[in-house]
Ligand binder design. Structure first.
Ligand code: SAM
Length: 190
């Protein structure tokens, strides 16, 4: 994997993004724990895991695989955690169909113009749940921190329609009150 829009940004990301567990998307973590409790022993995929902040704040009994296309983030996570970390694109996940019980993706599809391909692939490898935390409504912006990074702001209906194509039957949308107010949490049940 060569350069990505996140290359050379590890220090910035570690310094600037919120690290404190209560602030950091507690409702998302609680949701994921409850989904994984339905099938203990199954595996969670964190698609676009970044610095592994989700792993950091999940209970250890949850089997976790982190995936990201930015080599520095994967190297950092491999040095910090004991779990499996994979260097790959979310649009080409190197696992069989329905390998994971649940797939989480926090603040990732909004940075990809081909976000529909990412949803298709995450639905393929998920047996039951897809949890997407992303920006909803408002306008798109082009810069995050110091560097240009595409940031799409979605109409939630577009995400729901896309997931429906691949077998999603139930949706739950919740505002993430513990983080950026523009983030919407979508839980999809297959
Ligand atoms: C805004 S960060 C979010 C990181 C993490 N999920 C979090 O909540 O802190 C976006 C992450 O997704 C990764 N990413 C973006 N698009 C990706 C893609 N198409 N395939 C794999 N990783 C991707 C980036 O390398 C970066 O680590």
């Amino acid at each position: 994997m060569s350069r990505t829009p996140w290359t050379d940004r590890l220090a910035e990301v570690l310094g600037a993004w919120p690290r404190e567990p209560v602030y950091y998307r507690k409702n998302v973590r609680d949701k994921i724990v409850s989904l994984m409790e339905e099938n203990r022993g199954s595996i969670l995929l964190d698609a676009g895991c970044g610095t592994g902040i989700l792993r950091e704040h999940l209970p250890k009994w949850i089997k976790y695989v982190g995936l990201d296309f930015t080599p520095e983030f994967i190297d950092y996570c491999r040095g910090k955690f004991k779990d499996e970390f994979v260097l790959a694109k979310v649009e080409k996940i190197p696992y069989p169909d329905m390998y994971f019980w649940a797939v989480n993706s926090t603040s990732v599809i909004n940075h990809n113009a081909n976000w529909r391909d990412l949803i298709k692939e995450m639905m393929r490898v998920s047996q039951k749940y897809l949890v997407i935390l992303t920006t909803s409504h408002d306008k798109a912006t082009a810069v995050i921190g110091t560097k240009p990074v595409l940031r799409i702001r979605f109409n939630p209906k577009d995400i729901i329609d896309e997931c429906s194509k691949y077998g999603a039957v139930e949706f739950e949308k919740a505002q993430d009150r513990n983080a950026d107010f523009t983030l919407g949490l979508f839980t999809v049940k297959k």
